[in-house]
Design a binder for this molecule. Structure first.
Ligand code: AMP
Length: 217
């Protein structure tokens, strides 16, 4: 079993890669953003708070994030390995996570940093469209990732939507948060010898090949 942590800026392709890895290796896919988007649907104080943080492109408090993460990684499907997509995003989260896996007797596993230029990220963010039925991700700014029918999924016919934080303003906030809070994790994991850096700027297949080469070593 190899647990995998994916670290990258917003829209670098963590979610897409995690889905592809899940299919190939049957690991559980734990997306911090998806867990929070689900929690934001609950119409109570916590749900409304999460909803606002997501819209503004700001991180959700550690207390809430830890609680949600702990519940998820202790579920049965995580026992055979999992991919963490979007967690940890701060040094405090990384430290919390290490304490948590010690108590659960889980491996830290591999940490993979997917490197993509900011200009490319912005182009991906504003064009991203997601199927509300099957979760498949399209991009209207790239010929090879466009749906053939503007607002409908080619795979299942579901309606496509745009995330409320996939716009230029939220992207700027999210990118600055990434530089200030998440990038320090790269040095942190490099220092403990678990970091693998790959180029995520070509296409999803090339990125996937780089990741599977690391996993299969
Ligand atoms: P993502 O789907 O990974 O792009 O995350 C979407 C949003 O969820 C982020 O912009 C944050 O508002 C929130 N979020 C995701 N992961 C975390 C985390 N580890 N800690 C706090 N907030 C998070």
């Amino acid at each position: 079993m190899k647990n995998i942590i994916l670290i990258a800026a917003p829209a670098a392709g963590k979610g897409t890669q995690a889905k592809m890895l899940k299919e190939k290796y049957n690991y559980a896919h734990i997306s911090a953003g998806d867990l929070l988007r689900d929690a934001a649907k609950v119409n109570d104080e916590t749900g409304n708070y999460i909803n606002k943080q997501l819209k503004d492109g700001k991180l959700v408090s550690e207390e809430i994030m830890f609680d949600i993460l702990k519940k998820r990684i202790t579920q049965a499907d995580c026992k055979n390995g999992y991919i963490l997509d979007g967690f940890p995003r701060t040094l405090e989260q990384a430290e919390y996570y290490e304490e948590l896996i010690k108590t659960l007797n889980y491996d830290l596993g591999l940490v993979i940093f997917i490197d993509v230029l900011k200009s490319e990220l912005e182009r991906r963010i504003v064009g991203r469209r997601i199927c509300e039925e099957c979760g498949f991700i399209y991009n209207i700014n790239f010929e090879d990732q466009k749906p053939s029918n503007d607002n409908l999924c080619d795979k299942c016919g579901g309606k496509l939507y745009q995330r409320s934080d996939d716009n230029k303003d939220s992207f700027e906030t999210r990118y600055q948060t990434y530089l200030n809070m998440t990038k320090p994790l790269i040095d942190y994991y490099e220092n403990i010898g678990v970091l693998h850096k790959i180029n995520g700027g070509i296409n999803k297949e090339t990125t996937f090949n780089s990741i599977t080469t690391i996993i299969n070593k």
